[in-house]
Each structure stands twice: as C-alpha cells, then as structure tokens.
Design a protein around this ligand. Structure first.
Ligand code: GRF
Length: 260
C-alpha cells in the first residue's frame, strides 16, 4: 500500500494524547498513507503536549479560555488548520464541542474516535468513564471502539471502522476502559489508513458514498452568525419533533376525530 501522496493530518487533542501517539507512530512507517503535519490542543496542561515534543511534531496551543466567544476560538483554530495545509482533522480526545460554522468549513473532513460501539453509548454527555459506566450498567456483553465522520449531531456521523472488545463479568470502568483504549490505538490507525488509501483512489471514495469532495476544502464564505442561528433553529425544531412525536400523533388523532 505505497502512498504516493499521503493524507495530511491535523490531530486535535485535549488530554493524554495516547491515540495521537498511535497515529504519530503509524505515520513514521514509509508505506503508511498518512502524515501528521500539525497537532493542536485547547489545553495548555494536556499530557499529549509532551508526546508531541518527544516525536518532534509541531503542536499549537489554542486555549479556548483566551477567547471571548466560541466563534473567536474557532477562528483561531481555523487559522492554524488552514495554514497547515491539512487534508483531514483527527479528533483524538478533543474536549470542545465544535460549532456548525466549523463543520461547514471542514465538511466531510473531520473524524473522531469514540470508546463504544456506536450508536450504543454515544451522544451528549457520553465521554470518558461515562461511556464505560453506561456499558456496564446496560449489561452489554460487548463493547469496543468506533471511528466515525463528525457531523453536527453528536457521535452520529457515518461509521468508518469499528473494533469489538468483550466485556468480562468482573469488569470495572477502569479495567474495561484500559482494554478499549488499547483497541482504540489499533482502530484509529486502521481507519486513517483506509481513508488514506481511498483518497488515492477516487473511485473507491465514490463507491463508499463519500465523494472526493468530502476531502477537499469547503467554501469559506459562510457567515458564522447566520449559520449558528440556522443551526440553533434546526436543533430546536428536531428536538421538538423528537420529544413531542407522541403528542403530535395524539393531536392529529384528536383533529381527525373532530373534523372528519
Ligand atoms: C479516548 O478514549 C477517545 O476515545 C476519546 O477520548 C479519549 C482520548 O484518550 N474520544 P487519549 O487522550 O487519546 O489517551
């Protein structure tokens, strides 16, 4: 699988950065179809910063606390990302929720790793130990890892790759998270390799319903405020529908009885 033009990665992290290190190590192999060109953290105290130093990988600290608004913070992130020339953003334990504005700018070119078999144990509030606690509470016999495309809906983007981990009867949150993390390191490397190989072969990208367009820069002329407002309205509308679906059905039935 010799890559003539490796995929250029920007890895975003907030904590320990062990998944980032797995990618850094994989990218050292000449035949691996990706290279890390930059890393960014929002957390000046992140353990992962030391890892980037050890491997001589550029690391930018863009501390969200230094910015008044989320949009200002994201503009600073975008400046680093766009000047880096990255093709793909790999979120690796990046603990900031990104706005629809950000997604519009990098549409189809952001991936994430989640420590469960999505769609199980995903969504808002499902991160770190919460995920593993939820798996144990549910009595699942299997857990695992999902690498997925990132969309505006939390943990709901198209799945790229999954690996499974058996849940043991005596598992604790700690023991399960340890085994899942080891699988994450393999899964992320495999998933990026798949995308790197697909990116070289445009036909394959089309076959998977992810046209080459998904790996090229989106238009930059999006008004962040307008997009934020539109997304807020859309989220509000979809939540209304989601939580009131029973109410709407009952209302429709009443209207039917009254007027038909
Ligand atoms: C991982 O469990 C990953 O699935 C989640 O955040 C954690 C990051 O761990 N998104 P690390 O910083 O890569 O060690």
């Amino acid at each position: 699988m010799k890559a003539t033009k490796p995929l250029k990665l920007a890895v975003l992290f907030s904590g320990s950065g062990s998944n980032m290190q797995a990618l850094i190590e994989a990218c050292q192999a000449p035949e691996y179809p990706a290279r890390i060109i930059t890393t960014i953290t929002n957390n000046p105290g992140a353990g992962g910063i030391q890892r980037t130093k050890e491997f001589g990988i550029p690391c930018h600290v863009v501390n969200h606390r230094d910015y008044k608004t989320r949009i200002d913070f994201e503009q600073a992130l975008l400046e680093v990302l766009e000047s880096s020339g990255a093709d793909l953003i790999c979120l690796a334990g990046f603990m900031r929720i990104l706005s629809p504005y950000f997604f519009a700018r990098w549409k189809g070119r952001i991936i994430n790793i989640h420590p469960s078999i999505l769609p199980r144990h995903g969504g808002e509030g499902m991160y770190g130990e919460h995920v593993h606690a939820s798996v144990l509470r549910a009595g699942d016999k299997e857990s695992g890892v999902t690498v997925h495309h990132v969309t505006a809906e939390c943990d709901a983007g198209p799945i790229i790759h999954q690996r499974f981990v058996r849940v043991l009867s005596n598992d604790t949150v700690k023991s399960l998270s340890k085994r899942v993390l080891a699988e994450e390191h393999i899964a992320y490397v495999e998933a990026v390799a798949m995308l790197g190989e697909l990116d070289e072969n445009k036909n394959s990208l089309h076959d998977m319903g992810m046209s080459k367009h998904t790996l090229s820069h989106a238009s930059n002329d999006v008004d962040p405020q307008e997009l934020e407002q539109a997304t807020f309205m859309w989220n509000w509308f979809t939540r209304m529908i989601k939580y009131n679906v029973v109410g709407i059905v009952v209302l429709l039935l009443i209207l039917l009885v009254l007027f038909v």
